[in-house]
Ligand binder design. Structure first.
Ligand SMILES: Nc1ncnc2c1ncn2[C@@H]1O[C@H](COP(=O)(O)OP(=O)(O)OP(=O)(O)O)[C@@H](O)[C@H]1O
Length: 249
């Protein structure tokens, strides 16, 4: 196993009295794509949102430990945590500004004033998100005029401008057609050389195509973790077997 960048120990999340995540021990490897799969309502999004404490903004209470680079995330300032672990949601939320301003918003907030450095941040990260060639002549255009697939790539590019270590993606392709889904998958396969990626997907074919590691969840528990081959072709747990068989039929 390669280096672990993030792990959880006895992670529980409650919404009020409802215990949603039950004692999750999970490890995420550096520079890999980990896909979290499982039936609707099993807690995949809650798990993802707990990893950078976003879940607390939705009324969730976290207990147990989440360790990033050997440090408990509770000991990190929230802003630093959210920079280190960026998050991309199902529907892209572009800021109501130009493409350029979407890309420079966070760097300027963190004090970057140098025009050349800002330009480099824009170009480098749009390139990483495979969007630069499509928008290079329209950087001052409102981001809202981009197509849905382009907006999702812009949101990912924007997330990269604060130099995250980990990118969390919650069903990033569920609103996209096959062509745009394939752009995002290709991009993620390139981005994993530089970042660690954790993606929730209901699309098992997508997990097979891009994941290095698959986690199967059911009813708030992490049932089984393995390579795509182990989870999809030789699952150990009867619950995983049943789910994979059901989804394949
Ligand atoms: N903000 C919230 N407040 C209260 N309960 C919530 C909240 N968000 C989610 N839940 C509940 O937590 C459980 C897990 O939801 P979650 O969205 O994490 O599941 P999921 O596996 O991602 O589902 P899906 O695949 O349908 O998106 C569900 O019972 C859901 O109703």
């Amino acid at each position: 196993m390669s280096e672990i960048i993030l792990n959880t120990e006895g992670l529980c999340v409650n919404y009020g009295k409802n215990n949603i995540l039950k004692n999750i021990d999970a490890s995420f490897e550096k520079n890999k794509i980990t896909a979290i799969i499982g039936p609707s309502g099993c807690g995949k999004s809650t798990f993802l949102k707990s990893l950078n404490k976003t879940v607390e903004e939705y009324g969730g209470q976290i207990s147990g430990s989440i360790i990033l680079d050997n440090k408990n995330i509770n000991d990190m300032p929230l802003e630093r945590l959210r920079n280190s672990i960026g998050m991309v949601f199902q529907s892209p939320v572009v800021f109501p500004f130009s493409i350029y301003k979407n890309m420079t918003y966070a760097p300027i907030y963190y004090g970057e004033k140098n025009k050349d450095r800002l330009n480099n941040i824009v170009v480098d990260n749009l390139k990483k998100a495979n969007l630069y060639e499509e928008v290079k002549d329209d950087l001052n255009m409102p981001a809202s005029r981009l197509s849905g697939g382009q907006q999702q790539r812009l949101v990912i590019a924007r997330c990269l401008t604060v130099n995250p270590e980990i990118i969390l993606l919650d069903e990033p392709c569920s609103a996209l057609d096959i062509k745009n889904t394939s752009y995002i998958e290709k991009m993620l396969l390139e981005l994993k050389n530089e970042y660690s990626i954790i993606i929730v997907t209901h699309n098992l074919a997508q997990a097979k195509r891009i994941a290095d590691c698959v986690m199967y969840m059911e009813e708030g528990t992490l049932v089984e973790t393995g390579s795509p081959d182990e989870i999809f072709n030789n699952p150990v747990d009867a619950r995983t077997k049943e789910y994979i068989m059901y989804m394949n039929n």
